[in-house]
Design a protein around this ligand. Structure first.
Ligand code: UDP
Length: 141
């Protein structure tokens, strides 16, 4: 399987719960390398742009409000099949439906405050990585 990069966000609920390190540990245990990271408090326009694919969905306004409610931790993960691997680690969108041992099952409270974001395909991963880390410096490690 190819080495891929994917964008991950630890959302405001999980940052507030002080579980950044616990979530990073899951990435590392799964063989994913954190090759870029930053904490940020998104502006409304950044959150709207980032989630623009969802702008017609009924939950869009609440999603944007939630994503700007506090700081988030944003990282690029690299590894074999990183996109699908990260989605497996995250679990289902609704934590009630997420498999035991996944990040959302263990750290999320609800479908809207669901702890993490992860790119869902190579095309979105490329766009999302460039959105937060334009001209990213690449480290071989
Ligand atoms: N979301 C929500 N209500 C819904 C569906 C989604 O609040 O009924 C939010 C949730 O935070 C989710 C995000 O919108 O993580 C993006 O939705 P998507 O279906 O892409 O889920 P994901 O890829 O994050 O699992």
């Amino acid at each position: 399987m190819a080495i891929e990069r994917t964008l991950s966000i630890i959302k405001p609920d999980a940052v507030a719960k002080n579980v950044i390190g616990k979530i990073y540990d899951r990435f590392e245990q799964a063989g994913l390398k954190i090759i870029a990271s930053k904490m940020a408090h998104l502006s409304q326009s950044e959150a709207e742009q980032f989630y623009s694919v969802h702008k017609e969905r009924p939950f869009f306004k609440d999603l944007v409000s939630f994503m700007i409610s506090g700081p988030v931790m944003i990282q690029v993960l690299q590894g074999e099949g990183a996109i699908a691997k990260n989605r497996d680690l995250m679990g289902a969108t609704d934590p009630k439906k997420a498999e035991k041992g996944t990040i959302r099952a263990d750290f999320a409270d609800s479908i809207d405050a669901n702890a993490v974001h992860g790119s869902d395909a190579p095309e979105t991963a490329a766009v999302e990585v460039a959105f937060f880390f334009p001209g990213m410096q690449v480290f071989n490690r």
